[in-house]
Design a protein around this ligand. Sequence first.
Ligand SMILES: [Zn+2]
Length: 500
Amino acid sequence: MHWADAEEKDLPNEPLIATGVAPSGPIHLGGLKELLTGEAISRSSNGKLILIVDSIDPLRKLYPFLDEGFEKYIGMPLSEIPCPCGEEDSYSEHFLKPFLRSLDRLGVEVNVKFAHEMYDEGEYEEATRTVLESKDVVKDIIEGKTGRDLPEDWFPYNPLCSECGKIDGTKAIGFEDPYVEYVCECGHEGRAHIGKKEGKLPWRCDWAARWWILGIECEPFGKDHAASGGSWDTGKEIIKKVFESEPPHPVVYEWIHLKGEGPMSSSKGVAVTVEDMIKMVGPEAVRFLIMKNKPNTHIEFDTGLGILDLMDEYDKYEEIYFEEKSGDKARTYELSQVEGPPDEKPQRIPYRHLVNLVQIYDDYEQIWEVAKNTGQIEEDNKEDYERFEERAANVEFWLENFAPDMVKFSLKEELPEIGLDEEERSFLSKYLENLQDCRWKSEELHRLVHQCAEEVEVGKGKAFRSFYKILLGEKKGPRLGRFLSQLDKDFVMERIRDAL
Ligand SMILES: [Zn+2]
């Protein structure tokens, strides 16, 4: 059974599923995992998905992607800081908007709620009052679960200073409903209304409060929250003892690591944004990456050659879906679709092959012709052409931004000025002789290299190299059999004749 369907068994009908995001920087693939995990479960269970944006959280430091002018905003809520590019209303919108556009392309239907608006509109008021009135119970829970001592005069509330605008430098000193009195590092003394955007609950209380306020029944969250003594441990006690309610069904997920670099993190510059990922492989394959792995599996994501394997695997699952229509792999494919699976099995040109083709040909129609001539595309139709066009654009984006140099080449329109020695000449002329009767298929073209090299007693390496020299002006290049098969036969024969 697919993991999303297995989770569904533990849920009520049409559950309300929460996810969260911190818009403190570009939102990467790691952040998307939470959304797509929740969305898969909501598709399985006919649930509703909510995204809560932690927009009232403070800016914690000057991240590498910010200019020094942002130093002064550290400690202020993200919703109250200006947009880094000036186009959006706030800092949090600046980073959230591209993510929401990506979610739209991924077919994720989600109800977005901003924490700063929830506070401002009084949605948190009753919960905040309840927490403040039970502060000793809350304190016991946190101390008991974390083994950490909180100060005697601790208040579960972080006021927003009305003078300096910071939320991380204040200290609550008293509660007189509906006001929390505070002092701030800046010297200001004031009071914050708990039904307004004048402060917030500390994270561990905030999380439990939103479960209760919204009636959350399921929530995926990263493994850091699930650690012993972590916010899940305290949150479920707080909702039971303070709100006399039940915690949501938890789904703990593992981080996505960037190959060789550790967990994705925007603040450390170790991340691929969701936008880039969609441009690289298309929305279905982005979904596929998350759907094919159980949430608690460690994903080591490789933006280099790993992309080719990912895309091969996607095509394989597509085939399985159309052959079997059932089983985990078919289900994975189904959940990877933005708008439900196509009616007929798409005819695909493998991503791996397109990596060569887009570097050989100037326009997509030529590539389409080659694919028809080589039998990769059996029947011309508009839908498949559009799928091909989209994939070819993905390949071009990948080549430009992420692909390793070893897959890049440039086919020379004229014979490059590279002299051939006697051995290379004798090999190429033998090859030309045999080419007339050889089928224009990658395996046969490849085998013919070996055969001719043996016949004229030229080393294999040298034989392959002679082709790269006359076609690319290089000593190395893409896998030769496939590469030749993607070129026009007359062009190749003409080039060999020129070289000889
Ligand atoms: Zn202040």
